[in-house]
Write a protein that binds this ligand. Structure first.
Ligand SMILES: Nc1ncnc2c1ncn2[C@@H]1O[C@H](COP(=O)(O)OP(=O)(O)OP(=O)(O)O)[C@@H](O)[C@H]1O
Ligand code: SF4
Ligand SMILES: [Mg+2]
Length: 348
């Protein structure tokens, strides 16, 4: 069953779909940046559209990978999902309520939606032991009485595969993989139902990465976690996530079941990513052929037209929006690569 669906995609399940945890409806994020050629402190600004009409539904129990080149808007999207930034346009909902409101009221949102940061070492206070670091969120959210704290810390240390004696060590005495495990244990301490991660396994050797992926997969299965996972690596996306959303210059250009999308990409950008990473578990080399346009000066029509090998004349005039393809897939392309073709995507 497709768990994360673009709203416009047809629902082919016989059962009611799982409730939506997150819904992004035409979400925009525009940053004011100095006009090109002006100094950083210049008041003469222009709007940089880091997110441009993003539509995404993440359903309970889904695992969805956000994939795209540097600058495509993945972290900006994550900050909106976490309620750290309010979108400048559109609606961003958590269980039907505006995310910012949910975050502002009480601790329920912060308990339920846990984050694993890319810079795991930087997110840990080097003066605290692993035990103290894991106990901190337990205490903050009042998860267990003081008397049960040590036992719960030991359980979490065990659950993420750290050695028993790790509780007394400091982050400086841990390997890169162990530091990520501490970050995951801290995230799990609040007993969340949603885990959001930004490049949580990048920059590690292949075997450490594989061990962490196995851990995350086990956690997702055993705890029924909803997983939103940013990665540059299609292998990571394919291993861990049932669904994939491919981003290009602030927009989701293709989404659907990961295996189906990677086997037969419908968007020429997805196909280019796939071709650039023939071996899974290797980061996508950057940049792809052709220069990525400045987000301050997007091409007319389709934003991928300046790099697209399949571009035709109409692509430089019309801006395709996500449209349903088949089997829970959606694509923003006027001339998709799969034979079935998109159902006339909306045009802006
Ligand atoms: N606070 C900000 N102010 C101005 N521009 C920003 C800000 N945050 C992000 N941007 C711009 O928004 C665009 C998207 O950035 P974002 O960090 O979301 O990309 P990303 O996909 O996470 O990239 P990476 O893979 O390098 O982490 C980029 O052009 C970036 O320069
Ligand atoms: S709309 Fe045209 S330019 Fe854009 S991705 Fe599709 S074929 Fe390429
Ligand atoms: Mg990022």
């Amino acid at each position: 069953m497709t768990m994360a669906q673009i709203q416009s995609a047809p629902t082919e399940t016989r059962h009611a779909p799982a409730p939506a945890v997150f819904e992004l409806i035409e979400v925009e994020q525009v940053f004011a940046v100095p006009k090109p050629g002006r100094g950083l402190l210049s008041r003469d600004t222009v709007g940089l559209r880091a997110l441009d009409g993003v539509r995404l539904t993440v359903r309970q129990g889904a695992s969805i990978a956000l994939v795209g080149e540097s600058g495509s808007g993945k972290s900006t999207l994550l900050r909106v999902l976490l309620g750290l930034d309010a979108p400048s346009g559109g609606r961003a909902l958590y269980r039907g309520k505006p995310i910012r409101e949910a975050r502002a009221h009480g601790t329920a949102f912060a308990r339920d939606v846990a984050m694993v940061y890319q810079d795991a070492r930087g997110s840990l206070d080097p003066r605290m032991t692993v035990g103290q670091l894991i106990a901190e969120p337990l205490r903050h959210f009042g998860i267990v009485p003081k008397s049960g704290e040590a036992a719960r810390v030991a359980e979490l240390i065990d659950r993420v595969g750290l050695p028993r004696d790790a509780a007394n060590r400091y982050p400086s005495g841990l390997s890169g993989g162990q530091v990520r495990r501490v970050a995951i244990a801290r995230a799990l301490a609040s007993e969340p139902s949603v885990l959001v991660a930004d490049e949580a396994v990048s920059g590690l050797d292949v075997s450490t990465q594989a061990q962490l992926l196995t851990l995350l997969q086990g956690l997702q299965r055993d705890m029924g976690l909803t997983l939103v996972f940013i990665t540059h690596d299609l292998g990571v996306a394919s291993y861990l996530c049932e669904e994939i959303a491919i981003m290009y210059l602030g927009r989701i250009v293709e989404t659907g079941p990961t295996d189906a999308v990677l086997e037969a990409p419908a968007h020429p950008y997805s196909a280019a990513l796939r071709a650039a990473a023939p071996q899974f578990f290797e980061p996508i080399p950057e940049p792809l052929p052709g220069e990525i346009p400045s987000p301050l000066d997007l091409p007319k029509g389709c934003r991928f037209s300046s790099r697209c090998p399949a571009a035709r004349d109409d692509c430089r005039l019309r801006d395709p929006q996500l449209g349903a393809l088949d089997a829970g897939r959606a694509v923003a392309c006027l001339h998709p690569l799969t034979s079935k073709g998109a159902q006339t995507p909306e045009i802006r």
